[in-house]
Structures are given as structure tokens and as C-alpha cells.
Unconditional design. Sequence first.
Length: 287
Amino acid sequence: MTPAHDLGGNRDASSLTDSVHGMSAVAVQGGSFGELLRSWRQRRRVSQLDLGIEADVSARHISFLETGRSRPSREMVMKLAEELDVPLRHRNALLVAAGFAPVYPEREVRAPEMSVVRQALEKILAGHEPYPAVVVDAAWNLVAANAAAAMFMEGVPDELLAEPVNVLRLSLHPKAMGGRLLNLAEVRAHLLYRLRRQAEVSGDGRLAELHDELAAYTYPGVDLNVAHVPGPGDILVPLRIAAGDRVLSMFTTIATFGTPVDVTLSELAIETFWPNDEETAAAFATS
């Protein structure tokens, strides 16, 4: 992970990549508007009839759009994309495929127009200290981190810290956090499930490939099938990290920007780590 405020910039392992690439090849690599629309509708598991009702058109019209017999208006493209909850990046692709100019800009985080965003991120990161906080993009690559997040890099090989640094790879790699998590089986199952759902919903082949990579990691002597039975005091699954002779217990929250109209901004997420017990809070307060 980068220094504080640096704003630069189980399923079978093969089956997820195959299924996501198979379902999303058109959406990710391009195609006609009809092909793209059908791909997103099927991914959302919405029938032509249901989509037509939500968009206030007939199922027949949806069928004609998908087969190319009808050409959508710009307003119809935007309406269908909204109803299908298509990510902004792919809404631009739908517009271009339909013969219209893209609507949503994509700016670098360091662009002058993003100064307000950078200021907000810097305040959030700094304000969360002494606890760790990171900013990631859609592929879980690190965009920024506060000083406290340096704990996640301790003892990590240089090859895992080469740009782009992937937060989920750091979390589960056996030579990184994966080798220090005392409840690895639980955390691994949760992260892989979340990543699998993101890959399926977004159609992003990068996430499917990352899932397969993480799922293939091996941990000698660790039983990954051990399931923790929640106790009466449990309210969530914490990260239990070995830190020298101490055990740090933390949970996380994830925040995104509301109502974004910029592609980059829509794909940023802020993950903050919080102490799960008084001992962990004290350890960070004195570090």
C-alpha cells in the first residue's frame, strides 16, 4: 500500500472465469446495441416483458431492439441502462453502440476537475486515523491509503507491492495477510463470495480472473473447510490478524460516492477498518 494520502495513480476455479467471460464477452469486448442490451438483461435475470414494463414499452419493442429491427432513441438507451443498473462505463458503451456520443466522462483522480474529490478522500483517510483506511478502484487496485494502512504491508514481498497493488491479493496471499489471518477460512470464504458476486453482476472478466487466482492459493496446514459457528455475542465476521505477540481484531465498512456521473468516481470505494475490541483499539492508539 502507498504512503498516507497518495492519490496517484467455493466454485471450481475455472468455472467462474468461463461463466463470466461467456456471459459478458459481448458487454466487455463490444458488439451491437442489441447484443449489449440482451447481455445486460440476461445478466440481471430480467425478462423482456419485465424490462418493457419498467421502461414503459412493450416486450415486442424490447425484442426488436435486441434483434436490431428497431433503433433506440438516446433517451431510451439511458432509460434501459438505468432500469438494468448498468455501470456508467458500460452505459457509455451502450450509447456508442446505438450511435450516440458517450455521456459520462472518465477523469483521472489527479485531474484538476477532481480536486474536490481528492480533498474529500484526503479528509476521510486522515480523519480515520489511527485506524487503517484505503481507497480502491473497480478492480480492487489501491488508489490511496492512510499511514495506518502500512500495517498491511509489513513483511510483504516486493512483487506483491508492484503497481498496481491489489488489496484483495494482499488480503489473501499466503506471503501477505493470508499468512497472518487467524480466521483465514472465514475471511477467505467471505471475500471470495463477494468477489464472485461482483464479477457476475458487473461482467468484469478482470474480477473473475482475480477470483480464480485467489481461490487457487494454498495454505499448508490450514483447513479451509472449517466453519465458525457464530456465538451469542457475534454480530459480524472480524479480521483476526497476528501482529507480533498481539491479536488485532477488526471489522470493515465500505463507502461509495453518491450520485456519481463520472466513470472513475463511480468505481471508487473507501474501505475503513475499525477495532472490534478494546484491546485492538488500545493497540492502534499507542502505535
